[in-house]
Design a protein around this ligand. Structure first.
Ligand SMILES: [Zn+2]
Length: 245
């Protein structure tokens, strides 16, 4: 599943390509009410956690969540026909096809507020409040690895980021969330997810951006110990049994 860094990258790219333009919005597949925003000026594309919000001048907001299988295709020539099964096409000076999202829906302003109110601070939101992020993690029940991927605690983190960030902070994934140094973990998360957004991938060692420490590895890259896996918060967690204690 795309984690928050990729949604922020998509939002930047689509804003650069389409913001300020009157955008032709269609649903070749017919499952989205594109007429409500078709032809309006797209003001901005915003990412928040794993969500995308398309703000149109004088119209509703389009909310997109890619889920497990959703993706965008970009076409430099907007006259290129859409791919079969496209839920939403956005066409200005370039075009994007949205394929197989979990959510592609129209929201009125109160619904946008409700969506944002359900989510915790996003580490990639420039205005994110560190004190609030610390408070939410410390108040979360259960293991820190479950809290980190709970979008109501911090928004945007998925399985790969949590594994690598917990390794870097030398935190056992099963440690109760209330016991970790939430401020240090939050600052590390912000710093590395910004690198990951710019790179378009999870980056846990900026000098070796393609390497991982423990995520989906058999042995820890740091010390060579066999990586320990277990189910935490409904997902497989990866940790070094020697260094994360
Ligand atoms: Zn290790």
């Amino acid at each position: 599943m795309p984690e928050g860094h990729l949604l922020h990258k998509v939002a930047r790219e689509q804003s650069a390509d389409l913001a300020g333009q009157s955008v032709r919005v269609t649903s070749p597949q017919g499952k989205f009410d594109a007429g409500a925003v078709n032809g309006l000026v797209l003001e901005r594309v915003r990412a928040y956690g794993k969500n995308l919000l398309y703000a149109f001048a004088g119209g509703p907001t389009v909310h997109v969540h890619l889920g497990m299988r959703g993706l965008f295709l970009r076409y430099p020539d907007p006259a290129e026909p859409p791919r079969k099964g496209t839920r939403m096409r956005l066409a200005g000076t370039v075009a994007y096809d949205l394929i197989a999202p979990t959510i592609c829906a129209l929201l009125e302003p109160p619904q946008v507020e409700q969506l944002l109110a359900r989510l915790g601070p996003d580490p990639l939101d420039e205005e994110a409040d560190e004190q609030e992020a610390v408070r939410r993690l410390q108040q979360a029940r259960g293991p820190v690895a479950a809290a980190m991927v709970d979008q109501a605690v911090w928004a945007g983190i998925g399985n790969a980021w949590r594994a690598e960030l917990l390794y870097l902070e030398r935190i056992d994934p099963c440690t109760p969330a209330a016991q970790v140094d939430a401020g240090a973990l939050w600052r590390r998360t912000r710093e590395l997810m910004a690198v990951g957004r710019n790179a378009g991938q999870v980056v846990s060692d900026p000098s070796h951006p393609d390497e991982r420490w423990v995520y989906k590895r058999d042995v820890c890259r740091g010390c060579g110990a066999p990586v320990r896996t277990e189910q935490v918060g409904g997902r497989t967690s990866y940790a070094c049994p020697v260094e994360q204690v």
